[in-house]
Design a protein around this ligand. Sequence first.
Ligand SMILES: Nc1nc2c(c(=O)[nH]1)N[C@H]1C(S)=C(S)[C@@H](COP(=O)(O)OP(=O)(O)OC[C@H]3O[C@@H](n4cnc5c(=O)[nH]c(N)nc54)[C@H](O)[C@@H]3O)O[C@H]1N2
Ligand SMILES: Nc1nc2c(c(=O)[nH]1)N[C@H]1C(S)=C(S)[C@@H](COP(=O)(O)OP(=O)(O)OC[C@H]3O[C@@H](n4cnc5c(=O)[nH]c(N)nc54)[C@H](O)[C@@H]3O)O[C@H]1N2
Ligand code: SF4
Ligand SMILES: [Mo]
Length: 897
Amino acid sequence: MHPAPPQRTVRTTCAYCGVGCGVLATPKPDGSVAIAGDPDHPANFGRLCSKGSALGETLQLEGRRLHPTHHGVRTDWDTALDLVARRFSETIAEHGPDAVAFYVSGQLLTEDYYVANKLMKGFVGSANIDTNSRLCMASSVAGHRRAFGADTVPGTYEDLEQADLVVLVGSNLAWCHPVVYQRLAAAKAARPATKAVLIDPRRTMTADIADLHLPIESDGDVALFAGLLAFLKSSDAIDTDYVEAHTRGFGEALDAAGSLDIAAVAAATGLDAREVRSFYELFARTEKVVTVYSQGVNQSVRGTDKVNAIVNCHLATGRIGRPGMGPFSITGQPNAMGGREVGGMANMLAAHMAIEDETHRGIVQRFWNAPQIADRPGLKAVEMFRAVADGRIKTIWIMGTNPVVSMPEADFVAGALAACPFVVVSDVVERTDTLKYAAISLPAAAWGEKDGTVTNSERRISRQRAFLPLPGEARPDWWIVCEVARRMGAAGAFSYSGPAAIFDEHARLSAEANGGSRDFDIGGLAGLDADAYDAMAPTQWPRPAGAATGPANGDTRFFASGGFYHADGRARFVPVEVDAPAEKAGAKAAPGGLILNTGRVRDHWHTMTRTGLSPRLSAHIAEPYAELHPADAARLGLGEADLAVVVSPRGSAVVRVLVSGRQRPGSVFVPMHWSGQNASGGRIDALVGSATDPVSGQPGLKATRVDVRRFEAAWYGFAVTAERPETAGFDYFALARTGGGYRLEIAGLAALEDPALLAEALSGMPRSAILAYHDRTSGAHRFAAFDGDRLVAAVYLSKEPVAVSRVWAASALEAAHAPRERYLLLAGRGGAGRPDPGAIVCSCFSVGVNEITAAVASGRAAGVAEIGRLLKAGTNCGSCRSEIQGIIDGAGLERTA
Ligand SMILES: Nc1nc2c(c(=O)[nH]1)N[C@H]1C(S)=C(S)[C@@H](COP(=O)(O)OP(=O)(O)OC[C@H]3O[C@@H](n4cnc5c(=O)[nH]c(N)nc54)[C@H](O)[C@@H]3O)O[C@H]1N2
Ligand SMILES: Nc1nc2c(c(=O)[nH]1)N[C@H]1C(S)=C(S)[C@@H](COP(=O)(O)OP(=O)(O)OC[C@H]3O[C@@H](n4cnc5c(=O)[nH]c(N)nc54)[C@H](O)[C@@H]3O)O[C@H]1N2
Ligand code: SF4
Ligand SMILES: [Mo]
């Protein structure tokens, strides 16, 4: 527990996604923290999703990294910082500045990011700083720069509410940007004429809001939007005035798309021609269109072309920068946008200046008073780890990201780090798959302890404020970087009094020699003293000095009347090749094989170092899974709840089978979240290929050829345990938190000689003290161990996947068990006093599928609102409402067990 601070509500910003919701955090005397949505924050107006609502459950110090370590042994800050500075300086002196690298994160605050970028580009003199945003936003950045001449997101969230048509491309908004999804759902409910189209190979929960779902074949998007451009031309939907006044290259883009009629598009996308036509007609006749896109677009070997194919359609119709209109790249991480502002990518310079531009380099170098300035792009993430592997990079510092889990070809990345002479990792937790390879591990301050700013998807800068003291020896990332910089001889340029001083420098640099030539200008926020910075309200950029709001058109949208950032002020259409070889080579599976699609689930965040701590968030989906279409499952001989091995030439994973008609035939979806910390084989990036988009360098994380086969388990097991169980030695395991302890899925390839031995190991009790039940005919074994009236462990073993209710068994860890009721645990079912709620759907109020089904079956509830009144489900964050609707429709459940 953190020492109890005074009880005071602090306004801050959510730690997770790019929606950037305002949060009210109130530390309580008992050490807990009450979390609520900030009603005054313009991103969420008081709403929070399931992850935001559960932030209070992720603040415990158990498992936190509290001290610097050197090869796992505790050391002090001075020793650690001296060593890091010395090793970086020595490597640079001996092998040159390009022999060192930083790999950073869109989860750093702007101030942290700013100083890391300044140190590498201005003082080390290399551009070898890249970030996990390379895996995330790089294609959008590159597409924006090609079209607009700058990395500008033209619109705002309000546009989604004002649009008459919202097109969602490769975005699972319901699960990944839940509060924006809810704003859209509310706007649609208020104005039912509003239409939504979802373009995603899977019928995700976001389909709930869609009037039309196009289950596009992997990477069919370039053809779909090139075809749309041709259709817009042939149906006279072009805004000729806009195109002539503000753009270049329309003819070439049209020529490239020219021959694509609807039949050709249907063939290239795997879609039904009638559905393609409905989408095209809807788009052509609706003026107010917003196209929201995310990782189904960016994470592709054609990502940048996908972005430009979309942007082309908005430029051609002049639907950009006006209320309810525009292409909208929605960001993933809380500070993906801030990272782009500070130029924390290998091919960018600070404050949206270009590394290739000599004038820009001069501005930045003079402003920093830097001894040098990187004059060419550094290595992008995938290349960077290749350079680590082949020894070109000898010293690397990883901050706020977990590449051994999240990078493609993750085993290769692990090997590269293992071979690297000096690896530094700054993280907030004690153990991650990446920290294993660190020579020096540094304890960073976590959400709730750190102070600074983040910028959300609609360019709104918000403060993250501390409401907890720094635990142990944890320090903010900006401080750690500055201390190393000072020790590398750059004391003058890195002696900031705090984040306010760094933000001030960042704001001044954005205005330096700008005069409207660059989109990113927050000169109006320069000169804030520490108090004014602390009080800063959420502010959308641009905010030039002297202006109350943004650019020429008087609001904070861009480009309604041109004003692009290419030298001639015009936007560029980008001709996109429809049958580019990369598309064919990248994605199409060999006969019999499948295309591996990867992404997110509702209640977990990335590599689960924080959401994995929350029992509530772990209740929704507790195990890594592969979602397959029933036809593929049947062909491969896989049944529901079997285990499957997924294999590519780079690696393999073992995950649970989920058979679902929501999946496109020929593809398999596996979430990205599981790591070596909580599963034996859930680290899916071990399989994912590292082919990248030629323009952005972003890897195609959503289309790897794989084979899927049965994991030939001789036995399956499920256990709940009060203490963290030992997982070493299981051929398969997946471990998750519950309210009373842990739940563990296990399986073995060889027959179990002595099942009771396993029960002893998992409960820590001798077999004489364990209740046991053996069914010789079925080969099922069940055990329950008690300490007084408390359950210590319940273990279920079977030759088939274990059919016990997970939620019911986990709840047994929190109940008192009178002696005569203990055998119920062996029977695997509740008595009248403890009915089985079924797999959890609503994580805020822990409402399970059985309860919802029962309410519907009894006639007491017929809609989502009635379920809410009856059971409270769906009434807090609302993230589960689409699933509740699915249950009511009887349309098949997402796997939640
Ligand atoms: N719950 C939760 N929310 C998150 C995060 C999290 O970890 N958990 N992470 C945050 C971050 S950093 C990010 S970047 C965002 C990501 O947010 P999203 O991009 O919405 O999430 P993903 O699940 O990665 O992918 C979106 C969809 O792309 C689809 N897709 C795959 N291939 C294609 C294709 O070729 N074409 C099209 N049109 N679609 C395709 C997938 O089926 C998937 O449903 O989420 C943010 N929000
Ligand atoms: N196959 C596949 N792979 C993917 C994706 C996909 O869709 N499919 N998505 C990609 C995308 S879009 C993203 S954004 C990445 C995300 O991938 P990662 O960035 O690797 O994921 P996180 O778990 O968010 O890692 C953040 C790390 O920083 C630590 N941390 C948290 N707060 C702080 C802090 O304040 N300071 C420091 N120093 N550390 C902190 C956390 O404990 C954690 O270890 O994954 C990418 N990889
Ligand atoms: S939508 Fe959820 S995860 Fe995203 S910022 Fe808001 S509360 Fe946080
Ligand atoms: Mo991301």
